[in-house]
Design a protein around this ligand. Structure first.
Ligand code: URA
Length: 424
């Protein structure tokens, strides 16, 4: 029996793997030495029979070691990375990276393209004229040394086992395993050199964790893997039943992030970024209040301009909003009875934005950086007939919005809590 066949059979029978077993799976995935059908069979066995927290930690380590590891030793500590499980209108990275870098934290981050309704940071930054997202790992480290932060697209040189296994999970219905998700996320972070990782686990209709117990269980597993592997992890479970902040869509989200950095926007995006920045600062022994100071003094904005310039961007984007504008902008007004917004559905709004071209249904689809939405109402707000509730930035793709995206109640509704009390 080949060793991979034995490993598959062991998991099919519910036995626990050793580190050597998981290293063998990871090596086979990284080096292409096993056929896809064996890896797929192992994934299904692991999905159905589960991986213990110890196995998940070992798989994470094995995948992190399956390729190169970014050497950050020439950069000042602390080294921090940030990850969001993905949501609608989630532009926190665009604010957090320069905000934390302006607090003397080295931020080196690899981000992905979006798929489905959750936009990818790379798509957002690609909407900025000139911004390069194709840095090599060496260029990233050089830039982080000069500037304090750097961001690029994912490279197959880091954690190549995850690249293979993730593609197979996508094709075999095995994405939604907590252990596979957690090891996939953390292996890439470890390979990227981070020692402290701040995780934003989205929970609600616009994310892949629909309820608090599933999101909390993922958070607990991520924290336990981190502890096992000697990382400092801070993890928040945050609301994704309604979109984050005002903008959905690539250029629109960058513009909102810039407004937050300039001090011109005081909504949920700013609030969440300050909360996540505060958690990160405390994790590395600093004061959470440093984040507010960096934002209010303009230090974070200065850092963002320095970062954008270093990555080739046209800095006019910081002064003007008339770049990547959609050809048609129209407002939707509320035509029902007066009341209070009780539902602003992230999934329905995300699907509408995606169908207009803000996101993609398949990896090959092209995004339209100009299109998207400005959500003018949040849960708990008073809504009157004739009031504009949504601004639609349309390109050339036809799309329809499900009218159920906005619910209005005739009794007052409290605002939604942005961060669950169970964050740690
Ligand atoms: N993000 C990842 O990087 N991997 C997963 O499996 C899910 C989300």
């Amino acid at each position: 029996m080949s060793s991979l066949l034995k490993i598959i059979t062991d998991k099919r029978q519910g036995r626990e793997h050793s580190f050597a077993d998981l290293e063998a799976v990871s090596r086979a995935a990284a080096e292409g030495t096993a056929p896809d059908y064996q890896l797929a069979a192992w994934l299904m066995a692991a999905f159905l029979n589960g991986l213990s927290p110890r196995e998940a930690a070992w798989l994470t380590k094995a995948m992190a070691e399956s390729g190169e590891r970014l050497d950050l030793s020439s950069l000042p500590r602390p080294w921090v990375d940030k990850h969001s499980t993905g949501g609608v209108g989630d532009k926190t990275t665009l604010v957090l990276l320069p905000l934390l870098a302006s607090c003397d934290i080295t931020m080196v981050k690899m981000s992905g393209k979006g798929l489905g309704i959750t936009g990818g940071t790379i798509d957002k930054l690609n909407s900025v004229p000139g911004f390069r997202t194709d840095f090599t790992p060496e260029e990233m480290v050089r830039q982080a040394k000069d500037v304090g932060c750097a961001l690029t697209g994912q490279t197959p040189r880091l954690a190549p086992a995850d690249k293979t296994l993730y593609a197979l999970r996508d094709a075999t219905g095995t994405v939604e395993s907590r252990a596979l998700i957690a090891s996939s996320i953390l292996s890439k972070k470890i390979a990227g050199g981070a020692e402290t990782i701040v995780l934003d686990i989205k929970c609600g209709s616009g994310s892949f964790m629909q309820d608090l117990s599933a999101a909390s269980a993922l958070r607990d597993l991520l924290v336990s893997i981190g502890e096992e592997l000697g990382l400092t992890i801070r993890a928040a479970v945050t609301d994704m039943d309604q979109p984050l902040g005002r903008a959905i869509g690539n250029a629109l989200e960058v513009k909102e992030a810039i407004r937050v950095l300039r001090g011109d926007e005081h909504g949920a995006t700013r609030e969440l970024c300050l909360a996540l920045a505060g958690m990160t600062l405390e994790a590395v022994g600093r004061e959470a209040s440093d984040a507010v100071r960096a934002l209010e003094s303009g230090a974070a904005l200065q850092m963002a301009m320095h970062w954008f310039h270093a990555q080739g961007a046209d800095l006019d984007v910081f002064d003007e909003e008339d770049w990547q504008t959609a050809p048609v902008v129209e407002e939707i007004v509320w035509e029902g009875e007066p009341g209070w917004a009780s539902r602003v559905d992230a999934r329905l709004l995300g699907e509408f934005a995606r169908d207009m071209g803000a996101g993609r249904l398949t990896k090959e689809d092209e995004v339209d950086p100009r299109v998207g939405l400005e959500v003018l109402v949040r849960v708990g707000d008073r809504v009157e007939p004739g009031q504009p509730v949504l601004r639609v930035h349309r390109g050339d793709r036809e799309a329809a919005l499900d009218s159920g995206w906005l619910g209005v109640s005739d009794v007052a509704v409290p605002a939604r809590q942005l961060m669950s009390d169970e964050s740690c």
